[in-house]
Design a protein around this ligand. Structure first.
Ligand code: ADP
Ligand code: ZN
Ligand code: ZN
Length: 738
């Protein structure tokens, strides 16, 4: 018999598989791609994943080591997920072992069995004499409960009864009960009656959208906040559950959307698992298994949940599809939204991408017919839509970011007994501490960045590398004591508001004020109580939460978004304005969104406010088309960093001038798709966390051409020894170029 070689994806940052011999005595016919294989790699023992088997050896036969063991008899990932990972490996040009690693739970990466065991309390007797336990009612109760459930009670099940560890210990001492270990079983969810609470009768727009949502393919569900998108998700999922199939829902950040999860659990009778970052490894594996073996009807999760195996997947929903958090920005830089579209296509099931402010990528896919488009333009509840008011600050005297008209507006809303939300996407007290004597600015030593002043700790903190130091009000270079904060963060807004509205309740919600566990819940509860208050916050406030008593949303500074070197900044600012605006006056109350800007007449802001997101997006799309920017071209950024200045630039320069690149650029004849290379240029923040950074932008109007040149560049790097001096990474479809 010919030897069988196993091609194994090993968890190392290398863009290839490694060959091993099937373990002695193992029948290769029993090996399916997707099972885990434990192997020796260098001096380590690693758990890899079998990608394929073959009869040809890639290296000398005597150099091929036998695998140590095959861990599973069934593949971990189903065929579609397996294909998804392979596709992503190629699309993102990322090391195959790392791609497969990110698709499986940590405990499985370490070689644990899929079937978890749990400790259960079991009775050792068949009956007992209750009269003997007259003086120990707790023991008596627990014993009779265990006798009625002889298969045993898990710790979790015990938690829901009133029993104590002392009670358990006494009964164990009397040898009446004991702890046993039992495999956790998964039973299929019951799909006969998934509905717990009533469906809402749909509006005409919603009826059309739902019909589209139920046919295979990707649907862009473009609906203003409060237009009933979530209701469409719920009803589409209901239909899917009734066919015995499962639903996967991706959301930006679970901690911020307790209300969304609550809507799912109160609607459906099936087990729902939320996958989020605060799960323990054990809980994560448990949920993963429930999904894979159909114990779960619905999985709600963030980005990485796209890799959850679901044997009967019937629909994927991506809520707030424009949200940046769907793109991983380190390591394996995938877009969960784009993987969702691929996965849905492979499974031939519907994928709903929902948003009030869709990404330009998705909009253009809808226009080109690649996605189906459904629009929801009205609120079924007839709740008021906020109206927008632009406050030009160019001729105003400002009191720390507030113009007098804005103060007055805030006052009106407070006097009417309502709440006000003041939004600024910068935490801390002020972004700059400056010396009025010599103009020196407190800068981070490790980054090309100013340090943010945090007043209540009297600290300077770098928001880019985390470096912190005591704030010194005595200028080192010139000895002046006139060192003052310049510009504002949320802490300073809070202070200014306190000065003006001394009697008001001011609640700051940002990463600093919600750091402690339970603090977010406490603050939101305070807001929900409905008393007049001013909420001051960052992006954290723009998402998820729905505050019914907020009637005024004030965005104190939009100009940073309109004047940025990143061509996407304006799209993001527009989305943010509407998302934050969606928090105003959703119920019966009329909402107002006030926007402060030095340039009140700029047409793009006018178009956003007067004509709505679609008109705004269309004019941005025109611009992108004109300049050949995404979505009309495809981009990748090759980033490099090194501790010594100049190294990263030189590294990228040598690539940019290489044969591989110049021949691709040279092929600009009419038939060959063109590739263009921009740079290298130093990154916008050239020095960060002690490293000097640079980047090379590679783009093409043709996806295949881009992919092929990236592959060539990478193999060039990997065969180059200088590579060791720099850390480099590739980002395909980057969401920012900073
Ligand atoms: P979105 O997800 O687009 O923000 P939701 O689905 O949360 O919108 O709907 C906003 C509000 O409108 C919710 O209170 C929801 O219960 C209600 N709603 C949605 N659809 C209907 C409908 N067809 N009839 C009545 N109320 C509806
Ligand atoms: Zn000075
Ligand atoms: Zn820093």
């Amino acid at each position: 018999m010919n030897p069988v070689y196993l091609d194994v994806a090993v968890p190392v940052p290398l863009r290839r598989t490694f060959q091993y011999l099937a373990p002695a005595g193992m029948n290769p016919a029993n090996l399916s791609p997707g099972v885990r294989v434990e192997v020796n790699f260098g001096r380590q023992r690693l758990i890899g994943l079998l990608i394929s088997t073959s009869n040809t050896n890639e290296i000398a036969v005597d150099k091929i080591k036998p695998a140590l063991r095959v861990v599973d008899d069934q593949p971990l990932l189903d065929a579609v997920l397996f294909k998804l990972c392979l596709w992503a490996t190629d699309y993102y040009q990322h090391p195959i072992g790392e791609v497969f690693q990110s698709a499986i739970p940590a405990l499985l990466r370490q070689g644990d069995a899929i079937d978890q065991t749990e400790k259960v309390l079991v009775p050792l007797i068949k009956q007992f004499d209750e009269t003997a336990f007259k003086r120990a009612p707790r023991q008596s109760e627990l014993l009779s409960r265990l006798l009625s459930q002889p298969e045993g009670l898990s710790k979790i099940a015990l938690d829901s009864y009133e029993t104590t560890t002392a009670t358990i210990r006494s009964l164990i001492a009397k040898e009446l009960i004991q702890w046993d270990s039992k495999t956790v079983s998964v039973s299929h969810f019951d799909s006969s009656n998934p509905q717990k609470s009533d469906m809402l009768p749909l509006s005409n727009e919603q009826v059309d959208a739902l019909k589209t949502a139920l046919t295979p393919g990707t649907q862009l569900l473009f609906g203003i906040t409060g237009s009933g998108k979530t209701e469409i998700y719920l009803q589409a999922i209901d239909a899917v559950l009734r066919q015995g199939k499962q639903a996967l829902v991706l959301v930006p950040e679970i901690g911020l959307t307790p209300q969304t999860i609550e809507r799912f659990t109160s609607r459906f009778n099936v087990p729902i698992y939320a996958l989020h970052s605060s799960l323990t490894d054990k809980e994560r594996l448990h949920a993963w298994r429930q999904a894979r073996e159909q114990g779960a009807g619905i999985i709600i999760g963030t980005r990485s949940a796209i890799f959850t195996p679901m044997s009967k997947l019937g629909i994927i929903v991506v809520d707030e599809e424009h949200d940046a958090s769907f793109k991983q920005i380190e390591g394996f830089r995938y877009s969960a939204r784009d993987l969702a579209v691929f996965r849905g296509h492979q499974e031939q099931i519907p994928v709903i991408l929902g948003s009030a402010t869709p990404s330009l990528e998705s909009l253009s896919n809808a226009v080109s017919g690649k996605y189906k488009l459904s629009k929801l333009t009205e609120r079924p509840t007839k709740a008021n839509v906020a109206h927008y008011q632009v406050i030009g600050t160019q001729h105003q005297k400002m009191d720390n970011s507030f113009s007098e008209p804005l103060f007055e507006l805030i006052e009106q809303h407070l006097n009417a007994g309502n709440q006000v939300l003041v939004f600024l996407n910068r935490r801390g007290y002020s972004p700059v501490l400056i010396c009025n004597g010599c103009g020196a600015i407190a800068a981070c030593e490790r980054c090309d960045a100013r340090m943010t002043f945090h007043m209540n700790q009297n600290k300077l903190i770098c928001h880019h590398c985390g470096a912190a130091k005591q704030a010194n009000r005595l200028c080192q270079p010139c000895g002046s004591r006139d060192v003052v904060p310049l510009g504002a963060g949320t802490q300073r807004l809070e202070e200014t508001l306190l000065g003006r509205f001394a009697d008001s309740n001011i609640i700051r919600i940002d990463r600093d004020s919600t750091r402690r566990k339970g603090e977010m819940e406490r603050l939101t509860k305070q807001v929900m109580a409905g008393e007049p208050a001013i909420l001051v916050g960052t992006q954290l406030l723009a998402k998820g939460h729905h505050f019914p008593d907020v009637t005024l949303v004030a965005i104190v500074d939009v100009d940073s978004g309109f004047y940025s070197s990143d061509f996407r900044a304006i799209e993001k600012m527009g989305q943010l304005i509407l998302q934050v605006g969606g928090r105003a006056g959703r119920e019966k109350k009329q909402g107002t969104v006030a926007i402060q800007t030095q340039f009140p007449d700029q047409p793009i802001l006018k178009s956003l406010i007067e004509d709505g997101y679609e008109a705004f997006a269309n004019s941005l799309l025109d611009e992108r088309r004109l300049y050949d920017l995404p979505p009309y071209s495809f981009q990748a950024v090759l980033r490099a960093e090194a501790t010594k200045n100049g190294i990263a630039m030189a590294f990228l320069n040598s690539l940019a001038s290489s044969q591989v690149v110049s021949s691709a650029l040279g092929s600009q004849n009419r038939n060959a798709p063109s590739v263009s290379v921009l740079g290298p240029i130093p990154s916008t923040m050239e020095k960060r966390d002690g490293k000097y950074r640079a980047q090379l932008l590679i783009s093409s109007s043709n996806r295949k051409a881009l992919n092929s040149i990236l592959a060539k560049i990478i193999s060039l790097i990997e065969n180059n020894k200088e590579q060791r001096m720099v850390r480099w990474s590739l980002d395909v479809d980057p969401i920012d170029l900073l």
